[in-house]
Design a protein around this ligand. Structure first.
Ligand code: ADP
Ligand code: MG
Length: 214
């Protein structure tokens, strides 16, 4: 079971890993975009940490759902470009899916990941194979739900989630981008990893690392 504290720990860990990979993500975006993805996300997650802390003085988000909705709202208001609204939508939809529950089990987490994916696809209209964050999120969500359906141990299901997202992110390298700024490059987008898929894989790895120690 994951409570609000675990979700805060996940978001804090995600912020750290995004910060640590800021230049790497920006370099990926330099190859097929406008070299701002790491900078954008690092700024957004720094603001998220500030928002989570500000709420410490009296009004800490009391449920997992509130933690994720605050995360999404803060990303929307601080990150521009394509990724800001898309990640904002993902976290808000995931938070909404969790409802008012004080504790979240793995099936509820799986449903939240599916809700995040649906939100991203509704907003951005990308499908798997378009070389976007959808590739990593869809593969991760699917692997997680499959592992749970097969009765995998929690740690194994969380590893399946993170590993599928990482593989799908790597698998964007030979793809041609069909959505987002990278699609303007046409065939010249081939041979580079999608920055949004890479950041999604990092955020889901942080989820595995946080949740499996509980
Ligand atoms: P921008 O492209 O506006 O500079 P970022 O560089 O922060 O924004 O984010 C780029 C990432 O956003 C891409 O690598 C891709 O994963 C994701 N992205 C762009 N457009 C879409 C879309 N329509 N659907 C899903 N993801 C998208
Ligand atoms: Mg960019």
């Amino acid at each position: 079971m994951m409570d609000a504290e675990v979700f805060r720990a996940w978001i804090t860990s995600a912020a750290e890993v995004i910060q640590a990979n800021r230049d790497h993500l920006t370099q990926l975006d330099a190859a097929i975009g406008d070299a701002d993805h790491g900078i954008n996300l690092a700024r957004g997650f720094t603001a998220v940490l500030g928002a989570l802390e500000a709420r410490d003085s009296g009004a800490a988000p009391a449920t997992p759902g509130r933690v994720l909705i605050l995360t999404g709202n803060t990303i929307i208001s601080t990150v521009g470009g394509a990724a800001g609204p898309l990640y904002g939508m993902a976290f808000r939809r995931a938070g909404k899916s969790l409802g008012d529950a004080a504790d979240v089990d793995l099936p509820a987490l799986s449903a939240a990941l599916e809700a995040a994916l649906a939100g991203v696809q509704k907003l951005g209209a990308a499908v798997e194979g378009d070389k976007t964050m959808v590739d990593a999120l869809a593969a991760g969500a699917r692997a997680f739900s499959k592992a749970l359906a097969e009765g995998a141990a929690p740690d194994d299901a969380l590893s399946a989630l993170a590993e599928a997202a990482a593989s799908a992110s790597a698998a964007t390298i030979p793809m041609r981008a069909l959505k987002g700024r990278a699609s303007y490059l046409g065939p010249r987008s081939v041979g580079h990893q999608d920055p949004g898929a890479a950041s999604t894989a990092l955020i889901l790895a942080a989820l595995r690392d946080t949740a499996r120690t509980r």
